[in-house]
Design a protein. Structure first.
Length: 93
């Protein structure tokens, strides 16, 4: 249900900025978690908080990127490019 709501927002927002902000958020909090593990043993609550923030950012990034594919892929290659994106996205998660 929340994915449908995010899609409505993404249609109104600038997709490029949305992807940049979501990617930056994911990278920043991942780096923070890595540093926290490097410097000591993080609490479970902190790890869960970071994972929740990364999941929320991913919920914005994935639909924005998927909606951008038809704009950047050649029309005769659209099915192939979308298929590769889905495969890679599924493989990463």
């Amino acid at each position: 249900m929340i994915i449908l709501t995010i899609g409505v927002w993404l249609d109104r927002w600038n997709r490029k900025k949305t992807r940049i902000i979501a990617d930056s958020t994911i990278a920043f909090f991942s780096l923070g978690l890595g540093l926290y593990f490097f410097l000591g043993e993080p609490s479970l609550g902190y790890v869960y908080l970071i994972l929740i923030i990364r999941t929320i950012a991913s919920a914005f990034h994935a639909p924005a990127f998927q909606a951008t594919i038809p704009l950047i892929a050649p029309e005769d290659q659209l099915t192939r490019v979308a298929g590769w994106h889905q495969m890679i996205d599924h493989w990463i998660r």
